[in-house]
Design a protein around this ligand. Sequence first.
Ligand code: FNR
Length: 187
Amino acid sequence: MSNRIGIIAGSLRKASFSKKLAQAVVDLQPEGFEFEILSIDNLPIYNQDFDDFNEVPESYTDFRTKLKDIEGFIFITPEYNRSIPGVLKNAVDVGSRPAGESVWNNKPAAVFSSSPGNLSAFGANHHLRQCFVFLNLPTMQQPEVYIANVAEWFDDDGKIKSEDNKKFLKSAIDAYAEWFNKLKENK
Ligand code: FNR
C-alpha cells in the first residue's frame, strides 16, 4: 500500500509560490507514495475554548480527521517577518489539539522554504523546526531545502521552468521518501 504524505503550503493567497511548489511536489511524487495537498485555507484562528467547551468548528474536525490517516508531511513555508506565516502556525496549533490527540505525533516531516528574494526563508524554515521538536515530528535534517528567487521558478501555467530546479526538487523529495522508508522499516 502507498504511503500517504500530506503536503502543506503556508500561504492562503491564490497565486502563492508556496502553493505552486506544493503542486510541483505532488507532480513529482515517488513510487510507492501518495502525495496529497492538505488545505489550511478554511481554519479559523485557534481558540482553546473550542476544544474546552466542545464547540469545535467543523473545519477543525475535518482537518484533524483527515490528518490522522496521513503518515508524514512535507511543509512548504514562505517567510513573514523572519518567521512562519500565522496561518501556518495556526494549522500546526489546530492539529496539535486537543491535548494528547495531536495529529503530528511521530510522523516524519520535511521542511521546504522559499522566498522571492535571496534569503530563502531560512528564518521561517528554522522556526517551524522549533515547533516540531515539541510536537515530536521527526524532521529530515539533510538535505535542507531553501529556495531563493522563487518568483523565477514558474511559467504561466504554474509549472517549473528549469530542468535543474525540477531535478533539485525531485532529489529532495526522493531523499525524503528514502528517509521515510528507513524510519518505517525500523519501527
Ligand atoms: C513578506 N515577505 C517576506 N519575505 C522574506 O523573504 N522574508 C520576510 O521576512 C518576509 N516578510 C513578509 C511579511 C509579510 C506580512 C508579507 C505579506 C510578505 C515576502 C514574501 O516572501 C512573499 O510575499 C511571498 O511571495 C509569500 O509567499 P507565497 O504567498 O507566495 O507563498
